[in-house]
Ligand binder design. Structure first.
Ligand SMILES: C[S@@+](CC[C@H](N)C(=O)[O-])C[C@H]1O[C@@H](n2cnc3c(N)ncnc32)[C@H](O)[C@@H]1O
Length: 312
């Protein structure tokens, strides 16, 4: 009898979701499974397909607009059942109509708590650079350009150098860690440290909602067509606040940048990616140290070694 029970328990454990794994599965049924296993997450950070005809492999990125939005609304609805009450959903989207997606997330029951502008590249005219920041060479009248500029071949559209990161929460009232390492910034003019009394104890101010995150220039290869830099999910997780044993989920994991951010931060992750081709570039030779999270008793996930992927 005991033997039978043990066998049943082993069977269940075999099917359990493991931490620090990327699953080659559709995120919708996977989230259902997570909800059934009571696998609640602190942060969801992700970038879904934008429906702009990218060639992903498995996924068709050229859907009828209504079907596309219905699909994302389903993601929103399902995600509500696995997100903790004080959790954060950071949704990175670009494309021509990100606001319809926001409407669908609101219809699903989310509140839009913050709108962050992810800037990939910026050009600053010399007269706007300022005098005291060391950036300006007064003998040079050129503008300064920072970041990775990818020109758009069009006589109608400007080159697209920004995307959104919409921060959704269940009640619009989740406390965030604005001064965390990697989020807060130091004062340029140190006399401001004292002036702004509330933060006077340290040289750290709110970065605000404009984030310049260029693509890293040293990439060996970039097999995926629409990735975000690892710094993006990293900063989102830090902004939510790092807690012991926290869990991060990326439903559209791509080549694994959210997982890499989690490895860097020492937090647990789970990911899903429907296209085996995207995750096949990742190696699984190194076991990342994992922390028990309470999904199962013997939850030894097989972390993937992402660190060799980019030249970090
Ligand atoms: C914009 S990419 C994500 C890129 C990722 N942030 C990165 O940096 O690599 C969107 C990904 O979602 C995947 N995808 C599309 N539908 C999916 C689904 N239902 N479940 C899981 N993954 C899906 C696509 O194959 C694609 O790799």
């Amino acid at each position: 009898m005991i033997g039978e029970l043990e066998m049943a328990a082993t069977e269940i454990r075999k099917n359990m979701i493991k931490l620090n794994n990327i699953y080659n599965e559709d995120c919708i049924p996977f989230m259902q499974k997570m909800a059934e296993e009571n696998a609640l997450v602190d942060v969801i950070v992700t970038s879904p397909p934008y429906n702009i005809g990218k060639k992903y492999g498995t996924y068709n990125d050229n859907k009828e607009k209504g079907d596309y939005l219905d699909g994302l609304q389903e993601v929103a609805v399902k995600s509500l059942s696995i997100l903790k009450q004080d959790g954060s959903f950071f949704l990175n989207v670009g494309g021509r109509d990100p606001f319809s997606i926001v409407q669908r997330f609101k219809a699903a029951g989310y509140e839009l708590q913050n709108t962050i502008h992810w800037i990939k590249s910026i050009s600053i005219d010399p007269e706007d650079i300022g005098r005291n920041n060391g950036l300006r060479d007064i003998n040079n009248n050129d503008n300064i350009s920072i970041g990775h500029f990818k020109p758009f071949n069009s006589d109608r559209y400007l080159s697209d150098l920004q995307e959104y990161i919409f921060h959704f929460t269940k009640n619009g009232n989740v406390k965030i860690d604005k001064f965390a390492d990697g989020v807060g910034v130091t004062y340029q003019d140190k006399s401001n440290i004292k002036r702004w009394e509330r933060n006077a104890k340290r040289d750290r101010r709110d970065r605000g909602n404009v984030w310049l995150i260029p693509y890293p220039t040293i990439q060996k290869h970039r097999p995926h067509l629409a990735v975000f830099p690892v710094k993006l999910p990293q900063r989102c997780i830090e902004l939510h606040g790092i807690e012991p044993n926290m869990l991060v989920y990326d439903p559209f994991m791509g080549i694994g940048n959210t997982a890499l951010a989690c490895v860097r931060l020492g937090v647990n992750y789970i990911g899903t990616e429907i296209d085996a081709g995207q995750i096949s570039g990742l190696t699984s030779t190194t076991r990342q140290p994992i922390t028990e999270y309470g999904l199962t008793q013997s939850n030894i996930g097989h972390g993937r070694n992402l660190l060799g992927y980019f030249n970090l």
